[in-house]
Structures are given as structure tokens and as C-alpha cells.
Design a protein around this ligand. Structure first.
Ligand SMILES: [Zn+2]
Length: 224
């Protein structure tokens, strides 16, 4: 999973990560930035806080700290480093890997930049092997998501109670984004309420490359 900021791994696909880990499947989280400019200017103290929060959130989802890789790119300026994201992620890939990143129209410049950078992987740009990839609707449910009209494949992953519990616990680990310590809330009450719906939605970012099927999501849990 390629997370533009700490918390996107939960907001975008926390349930999917929990499911994969419970099935014994390795999950690598690539943290593109430390999210240090969440409230304006870059703040190194906030970066420390958010790195710790992300480690704790990943632990809730079953991801060991050793499977959390940081790129350290500047928060708010990922678009200036898209090729670095493509290269870094491409070098990590193995045959048939599933790559999850934010939707390319996800209402945040860093999210969209990461989406574009990852979309290039599907057409073989800078990678050794083809990959499967999907986008995740990080902000789509609260802002605007693509219509489910068949034009753009929209997948729904229905979470089991244990998966739902783990992603809610992971979301809670990102305390700096909940409006604590006098900061504005990024993870708002509305967002937390939307999380009570135990469904994650995904779009396909680009045509799936011709690789052997890897069944990242059990077929009986995916519906259009
Ligand atoms: Zn983000």
C-alpha cells in the first residue's frame, strides 16, 4: 500500500490490510511523506508524532514496523517527486503483487500525485514485472466518488467484524488528526461515522496487467 500521509493506510484500505495479514499475506506500507505539513508549515515535531502514530496504526492492522518503508518526501509537494515514487515502489515489486494507492482524483494534490505515480507501474514504467493495482477511495466517500455506472470498475470490500474492529482501532491511533491538542480535526466526526459502515470501496486505476491471478480479495466478498 502506498500512503501519501500517515493515516491514509487506514483511511484507504485498513480493512483490506487487516484481511491480508490475517490470511498470512505480506503487506508492505510505503509512507511517502511524514505528514508534517498537515496544519500548515512543515513541523518536524509533528512528523515525529505522526511517524509514531503510523507505526501504532499499522500494528493494529498486523503490519510489523519492519514492513513500513519511509520515502521522506515533502508533504504537500509529492507532485514534484512523482518519478521518485514510481521508481521506489517499482523496485519493491515482486511478480503479481497487488498495489493499492489513492484514487487519481482523490481531492488532495499528494493523493493524486501518488495515484499517478503508481498508475505508471501498471504500464510497465520503471518496473521489472507487471503488477495488479487498484485505487482506494480515501476521500471519495466524503467528497465525490466516481458513479458506479460501469464505466469505472467500483469494487466493494465488505469487512468482517474483526476486520472492522481493527481498522477502527487503527484509525484511533492517529490521534493528532482527531482534533486533539487544540489542532483542527482532519479525521472529523463525519469521517469516523462513515467508517462505521464496514465497507471499503476501490476503483481500478489502470488496466490490469496480464499477470497470474493473485486473489487479493476473496471473490465472495467483492461486489460491484
Ligand atoms: Zn492523505
Amino acid at each position: 500500500m502506498v500512503a501519501p500521509h500517515p493515516d491514509d493506510e487506514v483511511l484507504g484500505c485498513g480493512g483490506l490490510i487487516a484481511r491480508q495479514r490475517s490470511r498470512g499475506i505480506d503487506v508492505l506500507v510505503v509512507a511517502v511523506t511524514d505528514g508534517d505539513a498537515a496544519f500548515g508549515c512543515a513541523d518536524p515535531r509533528l512528523a515525529c508524532v505522526r511517524r509514531r502514530e503510523q507505526v501504532a496504526a499499522c500494528a493494529e492492522l498486523g503490519v510489523h514496523p519492519g514492513a513500513l518503508l519511509r520515502l521522506g518526501l515533502p508533504d504537500g509537494a509529492v507532485a514534484e517527486h512523482e518519478s521518485a515514487v514510481t521508481t521506489a515502489v517499482g523496485e519493491l515489486l515482486c511478480d503479481g503483487d497487488l498495489v493499492v494507492a489513492p484514487w487519481t482524483r482523490d481531492h488532495h494534490c499528494d493523493h493524486e500525485a501518488v495515484g499517478r505515480a503508481v498508475a505508471r507501474l501498471a504500464v510497465g514504467h520503471g518496473v521489472r514485472r507487471p503488477v495488479q493495482q487498484v485505487g482506494s477511495l480515501v476521500w471519495g466517500p466524503l467528497r465525490s466518488a466516481p458513479p458506479d455506472d460501469g464505466e469505472l470498475p467500483l469494487l466493494a470490500l465488505r469487512l468482517r467484524p474483526d476486520e472492522q474492529r481493527r481498522r477502527l482501532a487503527a484509525l484511533d491511533r492517529h490521534r493528532s488528526q482527531h482534533g486533539d491538542a487544540g489542532r483542527p480535526a482532519v479525521i472529523t466526526d463525519d469521517l469516523v461515522r462513515s467508517f462505521r459502515n464496514p465497507t471499503e470501496r476501490y476503483v481500478t486505476l489502470a488496466p490490469v496487467a496480464p499477470v497470474a491471478p493473485v486473489a487479493p480479495v476473496a471473490p465472495d466478498t467483492v461486489a460491484r
